[in-house]
Write a protein that binds this ligand. Structure first.
Ligand code: GLU
Length: 408
């Protein structure tokens, strides 16, 4: 896999070449090329069979110019320090684009959580907090869910943190379950924020009123996005999980797919719609392609074959810098991750605020606060891109860097 941190730094190099970025100065860019700190830990766990297994964990605190470090924790067998560093860097920019007072951080553990029992998973999650509790805290560093980490895991972590430090605010972790300090609306927030951004830019990007959508990913983000787009009259032509996808020109029936996945563990083998591989899915002709899974899905190898009009990046880093250029030259617009998926961390920020003020906002209140932030971020990103005659990713970078620069 292409090193995601190198990709992130190539993006930064590209923005540094724009005329607009000259005002920022070389020192500012030099500072952004390194995280404030990156921490690797080992977490020894007694497994159910009595053996001892040692897992590698991470927390990268990239930049806190705008507020406490903020960002999720990823559990995945491929998770490693360069991925976590890239994700932490993007978090710093994402919070700035969304206009929330948070910095950027990210964490992870190299593990396939599907291979652990619930007891082992809980021990591992508590173990991560035990090793890192010194650097965490509502005003220092506030983790959240990411790939394969759930509200239940956030609850274990918040509980462990409280046990160690005595802090009862529960504001050190966001994405907690409802009734345990979680916020209404945090579950669908990333998908919904993506939809708000899409809606804000739709006519400006020349998209029609009812779009045909293809989604890569059937996790929290992909699935919620699919539901929200359907509820708003759009059609999902294809969707996939890690094993493969299904495609139907007449539009998919999401409820049937959810049911099938529940019974069979994956979408593969679903009858009634055409089965496609993840590679084929990305190349389907559609109005909007939504990568909602992992990094490096669209690269110099397949960018040329993409037939979408617009790409809405709900995953972090799904396009390589080479793919960006190819798509730009083909006239395919990319709504970048640090804008498109910023609804998740924005509602995390609302959760943190509710915890600190001891309040509980209704789902409507949460969504009413999210909408104007997403609209504003989308329109300012477009403005910045137009000013510099560049694409939306660079526009979002300029917007973020301008905001970080005022506080550094
Ligand atoms: N993991 C999510 C992201 O990549 C959310 C982070 C958060 O809520 O802090 O944006």
């Amino acid at each position: 896999m292409q090193n995601p941190f190198q990709n992130a730094m190539l993006q930064l190099d590209k923005v540094a070449k724009l005329k607009k970025a000259r005002d920022f100065g070389d020192e500012f860019f030099a500072r952004l090329r390194q995280p404030d700190r990156d921490i690797r830990i080992s977490i020894p766990i007694k497994m159910d069979n009595g053996s001892l297994k040692i897992f590698e964990g991470y927390r990268v605190e990239y930049n806190n110019a705008l507020g406490p470090y903020k960002g999720g924790i990823r559990y995945h067998p491929d998770t490693e320090i360069n991925e976590v560093k890239a994700l932490a860097f993007w978090m710093a920019l994402k919070c700035a684009v969304a206009g929330i007072e948070m910095g950027g951080g990210k964490g992870g553990i190299t593990v396939d959580p599907k291979e652990l029992s619930k007891r082992e998973l809980e021990k591992l999650s508590r173990g991560w907090v035990q090793k890192l509790s010194d650097i965490l805290g509502p005003h220092k560093d506030v983790p959240a869910p990411d790939v394969n980490t759930t509200p239940e895991i956030m609850d274990w972590m918040a509980d462990e943190y409280e046990k160690i430090t005595g802090d009862k605010t529960r504001a050190t972790f966001t994405g907690k379950p409802l009734g345990k300090g979680g916020s209404e609306g945090r579950g669908p927030a990333t998908g919904l924020g993506g939809f708000y951004v899409f809606n804000s830019l739709r006519t400006q990007l020349g998209l029609k009123e009812k779009c045909e959508i293809v989604i890569q990913g059937f996790g929290n983000v992909g699935l919620n996005a699919a539901k929200i787009f359907i509820e708003n009259g759009h059609k999902i032509l294809a969707i996939s999980d890690s094993k493969g996808g299904v495609y139907d020109l007449n539009g998919l029936d999401l409820n049937k797919l959810i049911e099938y996945k529940k019974n069979n563990g994956s979408l593969s083998g679903f009858m009634g719609s055409k089965n496609v591989t993840n590679e084929e899915l990305l190349e389907i002709k559609c109005d909007v392609l939504i990568p909602a899974a992992f990094e490096n899905q669209i690269t110099d190898k397949n960018a040329d074959k993409i037939k979408a009009q617009v790409i809405l990046e709900l995953a972090n880093g799904p396009l390589t810098p080479e793919a960006d250029e190819i798509l730009f030259n083909k006239g395919i617009q990319v709504i970048p991750d640090i804008l498109a998926n910023s609804g998740g961390v924005t509602v995390s920020y609302f959760e943190w605020e509710q915890n600190l003020k001891n309040e509980n906002w209704s789902e409507k209140e949460v969504f009413d606060k999210l909408l104007p932030l997403m609209n504003d971020a989308a329109q300012k990103t477009l403005e910045k891109a137009k000013e510099s005659n560049t694409h939306l990713r660079m526009g979002a970078f300029i917007l973020a860097l301008e905001r970080i620069k005022t506080k550094i």
